[in-house]
Design a protein around this ligand. Structure first.
Ligand SMILES: Cc1cc2nc3c(=O)[nH]c(=O)nc-3n(C[C@H](O)[C@H](O)[C@H](O)COP(=O)(O)OP(=O)(O)OC[C@H]3O[C@@H](n4cnc5c(N)ncnc54)[C@H](O)[C@@H]3O)c2cc1C
Length: 317
């Protein structure tokens, strides 16, 4: 363990720390270095530490949307522990390391509505903002007013309006600009009734539990494609008896159609409950998961003419 004293602020840097326990997949090798900043100043110190030693760095939130390679990450992993949540009127300010679930609870306790439909999405506010996390037609970008972010190179702090964040399906400006670290986000909510908000939150959670129980995954592994094939869209709509939303078809449907549900390589497996959930069914390695994902992409392409792209973020490959 070493302490980096930059700006007179020490921060503990741990060495050779296994990353698997920090991830929902439970997969991956060690981080060469790990820092856990609790304040903005500590975050700056950690980033300076990486820059001075010319180390690659990686921001870790709840680890629910990453696959870490078996050899780990040869740089500095920064596990954000900035996790305060505060309220002013109808606005909640949440730091990036706060669990999204906690923000939803705090909103409900304070009769604030609008975010309860994101209940059940694991991970932190930082990860959710970067990937514009969402479910059942609502995304976090719909609720945000602005985001404070730190430029990892210049260490300059700036505020970005929701418009400047360029939120898209599972993407944002922060995903395209790797150097930006989300520090906090402000959410604009409306006044509601605690019992109604909790009821909606609980209903949302009930709808989701079927996917989540006892399975180690990253949620949806692939992004839902937008096919330009009208016949395919009709086939999906007839099969599922639903209208396709924003011209997107769930990646899981293609995986099912290709007959891949339950496919297993090593201990990596396509979940029996959800075609787009790849799970660690035992002691899966990242190599198992990559082989499985590669096979899925090949077969779906051969059988359906669709190219699948990963939603999961690869770390250390
Ligand atoms: C069971 C299950 C269900 C899920 N359901 C959904 C769902 O319904 N909808 C959905 O959208 N997602 C879902 N996910 C995926 C995941 O929960 C979301 O993508 C979540 O927002 C990731 O947040 P995280 O804190 O865990 O990010 P991490 O996995 O830690 O990181 C993901 C990416 O964000 C980056 N990052 C993290 N924090 C910051 C920061 N402060 N600044 C800049 N970059 C940062 C990381 O570097 C990494 O590239 C699910 C996952 C699981 C396991």
């Amino acid at each position: 363990m070493v302490a980096a004293g930059i700006f007179g602020l020490p921060i503990v840097i741990e060495e050779n720390v296994p990353l698997a326990p920090f991830t929902s997949f439970g997969i991956g090798g060690p981080a060469r270095y790990l820092a856990r900043p609790h304040t903005e100043e500590e975050l700056e110190t950690a980033l300076s530490y990486a820059r001075q030693r010319e180390l690659d760095y990686f921001l870790l939130g709840g680890g629910t949307n990453i696959l870490v390679s078996d050899k780990g990450f040869d740089g500095l992993v920064i596990k954000l522990e900035l996790n305060s949540v505060s309220i002013e009127g109808r606005t909640i300010t949440a730091q990036a390391g706060a669990e999204l679930a906690r923000v939803i609870d705090v909103a409900a306790e304070n009769d604030l509505s609008g975010i309860e439909c994101l209940a059940g999405i694991p991970g932190t506010v930082g990860g959710a903002v970067r990937g514009n996390a969402g479910a059942f037609g609502t995304v976090i970008g719909d609720i945000l007013t602005d985001v404070v972010a730190l430029d990892g190179d210049s260490l300059r702090v700036s505020t970005y309006s929701a418009e400047q964040c360029f939120f898209e399906y599972r993407s944002s400006m922060f995903k395209k600009n790797r150097g930006l670290v989300v520090v906090s986000a402000r959410l604009a909510l409306s006044v509601g009734r605690k019992d109604k908000i909790r009821e909606k939150r609980n209903k949302t959670l009930e709808k989701r539990t079927v996917f989540m129980e006892n399975e180690r995954s990253v949620g949806s592994y692939f992004i839902n494609p937008i096919p330009d094939n009208g016949a395919l869209i009709k086939k999906f709509e007839n099969d599922r008896k639903v209208q396709c939303r924003n011209c997107m078809i769930p990646a899981g449907w293609f995986i099912d159609q290709a007959g891949l549900r339950g496919l297993r390589i090593g201990d990596a497996m396509v979940s029996e409950k959800h075609g787009n959930y790849l799970i660690n069914a035992g002691a899966a390695t990242a190599d198992d998961v990559i082989k499985l994902a590669t096979m899925i992409k090949q077969v779906v392409h051969e059988k359906m003419g669709i190219e699948l792209h990963e939603e999961v973020n690869y770390v250390g490959f």
